[in-house]
Ligand binder design. Structure first.
Ligand code: HEM
Length: 124
């Protein structure tokens, strides 16, 4: 498969849609929504995190966007995120990719990228 992962995810518009749906999925997932629901009380902060996450997925999949958020360790420091919570986040992402008809190869590519970030996100 030689097409960029960025394009396979639908480039800017597709990734924006995917990230918005992932945020919604986290809000609806009882295993992790305590982490995310409080952000609804801070709409500007939530918009900034969502924007950064769109940039992160875009830049990380080969797109032209620049990531302007915190590095992964800093972003998750003090949260003491568990392996179980990490798995729920990955499940939500894969389900959203499925709902958006993203092909199997691309889902595996996203999974590999997320998995590679595990030690930066959990137990920080
Ligand atoms: C590989 C998996 C993950 C990736 C790629 C990721 C990515 C990100 C990004 C890009 C941000 C925005 C940082 C910024 O705005 O500077 C963020 C923030 C956040 N992440 Fe993650 N994350 C992951 C896993 C998790 C997990 C497992 C949880 C908890 C269940 C979590 C909870 C949060 C929360 C609550 C914030 C907002 C922090 C704040 O209020 O500033 N993340 N994440």
């Amino acid at each position: 498969m030689d097409k960029l992962l960025y394009d396979r995810l639908g480039s800017s518009a597709g990734i924006t849609q995917i990230v918005n749906e992932v945020v919604q999925a986290h809000m609806n997932n009882p295993a992790i929504n305590a982490r995310f629901l409080p952000l609804k009380e801070q709409p500007e902060h939530l918009a900034s995190i969502t924007k950064h996450t769109i940039e992160f997925f875009s830049a990380g999949s080969g797109g032209p966007e620049t990531y302007s958020g915190k590095d992964m360790v800093t972003a998750h420091t003090g949260m003491n995120i568990s392996r179980g919570e990490f798995t729920h986040v990955i499940d939500d992402v894969l389900q959203v990719l499925e709902n958006n008809n993203i092909d199997e190869e691309s889902k595996k590519d996203v999974l590999a990228i997320l998995w590679s970030l595990k030690s930066m996100v959990i137990s920080q």
